[in-house]
Design a protein around this ligand. Structure first.
Ligand code: HEM
Length: 450
């Protein structure tokens, strides 16, 4: 279908024949590029190859697309292209099938499940931090991936056979995310060119898919109800449609959870460790808060609301270092956005990372400043523009889980260790499907009595 886009929306500068704005979107600072489109208008036309898109540059328009007009949009091209690789799990499913899956997966993220996970999170963080010997230098980027995967693994996959599947996902994630970015974003003629990245991606996908499928069989054959994520899906029965999930659908949910649930928190926690080390005064304030609220014991659910600076610190990481630089939707019926009517087939994209750096909403946006979230400091517009977990019926299913996980990770590490950056360290970001820190070596100092 020819995609018709709102003619009234201004076109971004730098439109090249055949390539459109692809090169700008592939440059290392693509979040900076998307932020630079904000003064052009709330709705800006760009092209990836010859394919047109509308960039949503205001939180209000994002809300219109994700919430008020959600029924007028489907997932769009990135997710459609991802489906053959990551399957038909929650991330890629559409319409009534998505709602059916969401009803069946949601109980795994209920409040009681998260409360139960708090003890495991404490334990994982304490044990991991204890392996960082004072005086040693550790690769904190790697450590945060280990932490995030252990937390998902121990909270959601209780069968012993699941351990190697979770580790496989963790180790294959760089290849998966790099390949997925290329396959879903590049124009088709470029995405099909055989490259080492493409080959590694195909192999990683095939390995993870096979491992997840084997895990479903192992659960069916060897385990009763373990009360975990896979058991829940095996026993799930949708009261509204009277249906269950097939083994292939459960395999796809496992893949989805492992891909979506490890990398984002691991990336954010790596940034968090960097920001802590960069600002000793902030670190001292966080240490004082954790010492006062928690002291030497484990963090409990009742402590979380009192960790206000820790929460502001997590939020500021989610704002400034949001790993998702691009998300999309596609109109399935005519819809009016900001007074401009767009036709079915029109694709819209927005960048949580760029929106949360809009200088008209977040003063001095590149400055890491948790205080902007404390007390009366946040304005209504800041709160509206802060949408780290998305909005509407596709909002992140792991939002509450992640929020608790990140608070416990930070508070647990702050209580046990003080981490510093090597002299002269300069952070380098890399972009695949997400934005993350290339590497983060840190030196360890004792704190507390662990
Ligand atoms: C801090 C970490 C995280 C961030 C910033 C994050 C962000 C997001 C965002 C923005 C979306 C919406 C995408 C869209 O609208 O197209 C999303 C969806 C999703 N996230 Fe997360 N996420 C995080 C952690 C997690 C975790 C820990 C899990 C699983 C354990 C998870 C699983 C999912 C799934 C399955 C979806 C698709 C939901 C649906 O379409 O119904 N995420 N996430």
């Amino acid at each position: 279908m020819t995609t018709l886009l709102a003619r009234q929306a201004p076109t971004a500068p730098g439109d090249l024949p055949l390539l459109g704005h692809t090169l700008s979107l592939l440059r290392p600072d693509r979040v900076g590029y998307l932020t630079s489109l904000q003064p052009v208008g709330d709705l800006v036309r760009i092209r990836i190859g010859t394919h047109p898109f509308l960039v949503l540059n205001s939180p209000e328009l994002v809300r219109t697309v994700m919430v008020e007009e959600a029924k007028s949009f489907d997932r769009g091209r990135i997710f459609q292209k991802a489906r053959p690789y990551v399957g038909e799990g929650l991330f890629t499913a559409e319409g009534t099938e998505h709602l059916r899956q969401r009803r069946m997966v949601q109980p795994a993220f209920h409040r009681e499940q998260i409360q139960r996970s708090i003890r495991i999170m404490n334990d994982v963080v304490r044990k991991q931090a204890a392996t960082w010997r004072p005086g040693a230098t550790v690769a904190m980027d790697r450590e945060m991936h280990v932490l995030a995967s252990e937390i998902i693994g121990q909270c959601m996959f209780l069968a012993p056979e699941a351990r190697e599947v979770v580790q496989l996902a963790r180790d294959e994630l760089p290849a998966l995310l790099q390949g997925l970015g290329q396959r879903t974003l590049l124009p088709d003629f470029l995405a099909r060119v055989p490259t080492p990245v493409g080959r590694r991606f195909d192999a990683a996908c095939a390995d993870l898919r096979a491992a997840a499928a084997r895990l479903v069989t192992v659960y069916r054959e060897n385990h009763g109800d373990l009360g975990d994520f896979v058991s829940l899906l095996l026993g799930a029965h949708d009261a509204r449609t009277g249906t269950t999930l097939t083994d292939t659908q459960i395999r796809d949910q496992i893949m989805t959870l492992l891909i979506a649930g490890i990398e984002t928190p691991a990336t954010l926690m790596t940034w968090a460790m960097y920001e802590l080390a960069r600002d000793p005064a902030l670190r001292a304030r966080l240490e004082a808060e954790v010492d006062e609220v928690v002291g030497d014991r484990d963090i409990e659910a009742a402590d979380l609301p009192a960790l206000t600076l820790t929460e502001a610190f997590v939020d500021e990481n989610l704002r400034l270092h949001h790993p998702l630089w691009i998300l999309m939707r596609r109109a399935v019926k005519p819809v009016t956005l900001g007074g401009v009517t767009i036709e079915p087939g029109s694709e819209v994209l927005y960048s949580p990372a760029a929106l949360q750096r809009d200088p008209t909403i977040f003063p001095d946006p590149l400055r890491f400043n948790p205080d902007r979230w404390l007390g009366d400091a946040p304005t209504d517009r800041m709160r509206r523009a802060f949408m780290p977990y998305g909005l509407g019926n596709r909002q992140c299913i792991g939002d509450a889980f992640s929020g608790v996980q990140m608070k416990i990770t930070i508070a647990g590490i702050v209580a046990a260790r003080r981490l510093d950056l090597p002299a002269g360290f300069r952070p380098k970001t890399v972009i695949s499907s997400i934005v993350h820190l290339d590497r983060l070596p840190m030196t360890v100092h004792q704190r507390g009595n662990q």
